[in-house]
Each structure stands twice: as structure tokens, then as C-alpha cells.
Design a protein around this ligand. Structure first.
Ligand SMILES: *[C@@H]1O[C@H](CO)[C@@H](O)[C@H](O)[C@H]1NC(C)=O
Ligand SMILES: *[C@@H]1O[C@H](CO)[C@@H](O)[C@H](O)[C@H]1NC(C)=O
Ligand SMILES: *[C@@H]1O[C@H](CO)[C@@H](O)[C@H](O)[C@H]1NC(C)=O
Ligand SMILES: *[C@@H]1O[C@H](CO)[C@@H](O)[C@H](O)[C@H]1NC(C)=O
Length: 292
């Protein structure tokens, strides 16, 4: 009897340690002080590619898109990999291998289709695939490739994705590469529409805003004056809809027409958390003790 219990226990532990969906335990290294953001509910995914954990995502099954992705920044080298889109088998089949898998040509399995976004959702929609964790913030080819999974992607307007939001990703790249001395933890997430949610193909939730924040506890103290507010933490919110009101992010009417209404506003971590509290109606903490 005892033996049976013991082996059952071992089995339970063995299968728990294999599960990459439902628990952040195997990938706590991507969070500052191993502390995932508090206040948002969803399905944790430890993003595993070729048997290596690359980042962590809190996924919304209801929206078939992520709440946020959390990762460690590394100075990028080399080119952006060719987009080869992947999915997460474990969202459909809990017992499946925990590695993300490339989509195969042809029809997608029905259970997979129900459980997450697929390439067809984005084709001919008016939205591009917006990475939360961008390939640009990673050193190795493999970790860059691992960001091309639809569980790390939200419907993002092209002129945000290829405009102000991309500029933000580049600014963060340059700032951290130049002045962050130790680890830099980044969390990038979304804010849904408040009243009426929007969807592509009636399946994938469209965010009204994207947000991002980093925590770099160890930095070079001889930073230039213009970057004094960028350490140890920094945050921003970006518009994904030119028709949104301007309380959170005002519109600069002097920019090129195609970028108008896709502004990104840089702000303190404190301000970001204030807007998140306002919109989610609950306290959201991105980093433990605000990364102090
Ligand atoms: C996308 O739109 C084009 C042009 O209307 C059409 O030819 C194509 O079949 C559509 N593709 C899909 C996957 O719906
Ligand atoms: C990111 O920063 C590194 C280091 O400064 C630089 O070499 C690289 O060109 C930057 N990448 C982009 C896409 O801006
Ligand atoms: C800190 O920044 C200054 C000014 O850019 C630079 O001269 C110095 O080498 C940096 N120190 C470190 C440890 O990176
Ligand atoms: C913004 O509103 C205009 C007028 O109602 C509409 O034509 C347009 O499609 C809207 N844009 C977006 C991105 O929703």
C-alpha cells in the first residue's frame, strides 16, 4: 500500500515537472526575484523551444492571446530570423510535449484551433502579429526564433507595430545595452477594450493598448541626464487604436500621417501601475517591491 502511494506520488511529481502550461515554477528565472506580476489571472505558459525555456507568458484562453510575456533582455546580435510561426500543443492537449511546435501546412487540428490563435486568424485581418516579447531583445538565434509563437502575439495595428512601438523596442534596446550592468527583466502586456471587446474572426481578442516595463536593478550611475528617470525602472503605454480617447496617451498631431494615433507614452512604473489599476479594477504589481 505504501509502495503504491509512493509510486503514485512520484508519478504525480514526474508529470507535474513536465507540464509547461499551468504553472510558472519551471520558468521563474524570467521574473525579477522569481516573482510573477500580481493581479492578472490567466494560464501560465513556460515557453519552451528545443527543450530550453526562453520566456514566460500569462495566456488568456478566452481571448486566445496573451496578457503579458516576461523575459530577460540580452544584447541582440545578428538578424531577425525568418518568421516561422509556432503554437503551444499543451494548450490543446495537457499531456502533449511542452515544446512549442511549428504549424504544419494544411488544416489545423480542431482541438488546437479551439484552444488558441492560428495563422489563418491573422490573414486578411486588419491587424499584424504584434510580438509582446520581441525577437529584437534577444541574443541567440534560437531565443529569437522562440518569440515567433502565437501565444506571444496580439493583434496589433501595422503602423503601431512598424512605428512608435518598434521605436520603443529600439530605445529600450539601446538604453539597456548601454547602461544596464546586470540582468534586465522586461514584462510587456496589453490592456483590452473597456466596454465592448473587439475580436478578429470572432476568435482573437484585440487590445486597446500595449504596455511595457523593465527592471534593471544594477545600472551604470553615470547615465546622461536625459536617462535619469529610466533606471532602475521604466515603463510605457502605446496606443493600438487612433480612435481611443486621450486620457492615457495623448496624440501628437505633428507626426507622419500613417503613425498618427499610435503614440507611445513613456512614464514611471508607478504611473503604469496606476493606469493598470484603473483599467483592470484591481491592483496590479509588475515587479516585486517595484524593483527597489
Ligand atoms: C485574403 O484576401 C484575398 C483578396 O481578397 C483573397 O484572394 C484570399 O483568398 C484571402 N485569403 C484568406 C486566407 O482568406
Ligand atoms: C540594439 O543595441 C545593440 C547595442 O547597442 C546594437 O548593436 C543593435 O544595433 C541594436 N539593435 C537595434 C535593432 O536597434
Ligand atoms: C559607465 O558609463 C560611463 C559613461 O558612459 C562609461 O565611461 C563607463 O565605462 C561606464 N561604466 C561601466 C561599468 O560600464
Ligand atoms: C475610427 O473611427 C472611424 C470613424 O468611425 C472608422 O472609420 C475607423 O475604421 C476607426 N478606426 C479604427 C482603427 O477602428
Amino acid at each position: 500500500m505504501l509502495d503504491l502511494c509512493t509510486s503514485l506520488l512520484i508519478l504525480a511529481f514526474a508529470s507535474a515537472s513536465l507540464a509547461d502550461v499551468g504553472d510558472f515554477t519551471p520558468c521563474l528565472q524570467f521574473f525579477y526575484r522569481s516573482w510573477p506580476p500580481k493581479g492578472l489571472a490567466g494560464t501560465p505558459i513556460c515557453q519552451r523551444y528545443s527543450n530550453i525555456y526562453h520566456f514566460a507568458t500569462l495566456y488568456s484562453r478566452h481571448h486566445r492571446s496573451p496578457w503579458f510575456s516576461a523575459y530577460l533582455y540580452t544584447v541582440p546580435t545578428g538578424k531577425r530570423p525568418k518568421a516561422s510561426w509556432k503554437y503551444e500543443p499543451q494548450l490543446a492537449y495537457p499531456a502533449a510535449d511542452g515544446n512549442m511546435m511549428p504549424f504544419f501546412p494544411g488544416q489545423v487540428d480542431h482541438t488546437v484551433l479551439e484552444s488558441q490563435a492560428v495563422e489563418l486568424d491573422y490573414i486578411n485581418s486588419t491587424y499584424s502579429r504584434g510580438h509582446l516579447n520581441p525577437s529584437l531583445h534577444h541574443q541567440t538565434y534560437q531565443s529569437r526564433s522562440s518569440t515567433f509563437t502565437l501565444t506571444n502575439v496580439v493583434p496589433q495595428k501595422k503602423w503601431s507595430n512598424d512605428g512608435p512601438w518598434e521605436n520603443l523596442e529600439q530605445t529600450v534596446n539601446e538604453t539597456l545595452a548601454a547602461y544596464c550592468l546586470g540582468k534586465a527583466y522586461i514584462v510587456t502586456g496589453i490592456i483590452p477594450y473597456q466596454k465592448e471587446e473587439r475580436w478578429i474572426k470572432n476568435r482573437v481578442g484585440v487590445p486597446e493598448y500595449l504596455w511595457s516595463a523593465y527592471c534593471c536593478p544594477s545600472f551604470n550611475h553615470s547615465i546622461p541626464e536625459r536617462l535619469k528617470d529610466a533606471f532602475p525602472t521604466f515603463a510605457a503605454i502605446g496606443r493600438n487604436d487612433p480612435n481611443s480617447t486621450e486620457e492615457i496617451v495623448p496624440i501628437d498631431k505633428t507626426v507622419k500621417k500613417q503613425f498618427m494615433g499610435y503614440d507611445v507614452r513613456q512614464m514611471s512604473l508607478n504611473s503604469l501601475e496606476m493606469y493598470l489599476k484603473d483599467r483592470f479594477n484591481t491592483v496590479i504589481s509588475v515587479f516585486k517591491d517595484q524593483c527597489t
